[in-house]
Design a protein around this ligand. Sequence first.
Ligand code: PLP
Length: 403
Amino acid sequence: MTIERAYMDHNATAPVRPEAAEAVARVLALTGNPSSVHAEGRAAHKIVEDARVAVAALVKAKPAEITFTSGGTEAANLALHAARNALGIRRIVLSSVEHDAVRLAAAHSGLEVEVLPVNENGVADLAALAGLLDAPGKGGRTLVALMLANNETGVIQPVAEAAAMARAAGAFMLTDAVQAVGRMPVDFVALGADMMLLSGHKLGSPQGIGALVWRDELAFEPLIRGGGQELRRRSGTENVPGIAGFGAAARAAARDSDAYTRIAELRDALEAALKAAVPDVRIFGENAPRLANTSLFSSAGLNAETLLMILDLDGFAVSAGSACSSGKVARSHVLEAMGVPPELAKGAIRVSLGLANTRAEIERFVQSWARAAVKARAHESDVKTGAPESASVRAAASSAVPA
Ligand code: PLP
């Protein structure tokens, strides 16, 4: 019997949208370097510039403020490099729930790093930000980094408020909008940010393409030097197929923005069913504004690694908090920052939904998770006590999970 697969890991990467696949295929059939002056080169240049217009429109920025990069991680490293070298930034205040792309870029940037705490819902503490911005003599040389939506919990941060505080203190504001774009309205100007990170593959472009949005009045300094592409901000022949795919995905995402109402209903149905199946389930960030598609939850005595294997065998592609490059489940710094005890954090499973998910998949998933939880709990207690699985638990688990 083949097991039906249900992909519910859109925060790790989303399926390539048909419009993006078609745009990539069209480019692959062409030849032309966007820097060449002949007709083929001019055609490639036009593809890049059309995509720039589409990506800029999705986040309400100016096309000239978009620099295409290889993704969100490169955009983060480029932003910190340019902030330090062109804006004279010496200190970064970053929230404790930032993605590693920002955390590790900051740790290796040569900037003084200070951490902005979050509350138990995962929302940045703006009173603490006020204190950090008040540091005598440091305000104008500070960059505040606060992501728009968290990749693990989906929690939406008060970026506009933080940006207003940063601006009043003469500091600059960076927001990582990688998870937010395409899943909620994003307005670069209304947010008041100076720089913003984007990644195409979370909204349906191929992987390996993203952008840095950099406010146009601000000085800039490139990280990658060479032929001077991307208005001298990022050298190297452009990834024309990736850029075309990103532009097409951005247009499609703008068109589909209403779909997120339906996705919110699915996420709410998922959470209601989880609570009905396992009353002690804890949904992280539940009381904060969240992305419509994301739910991160756990229950005592579970181990996410075991759960993921069982759920995968049952046909579900989900994740344990953040996707980890080594394939191992690392401890979540996000849950730690929210004060979640390690015992609960280690069983956390993230479901991140997309346009194709259905109510039937949600129902199947909840049954599978509840049954997998029985197995995973039994496995955990055997590991702890060294005892063989109890006959009753084994019977419950094997009867519950369909082969
Ligand atoms: N920022 C956030 C919030 C992310 O979720 C990710 C990817 O998971 C990144 C940055 C890095 O983006 P990319 O995969 O395009 O390098």
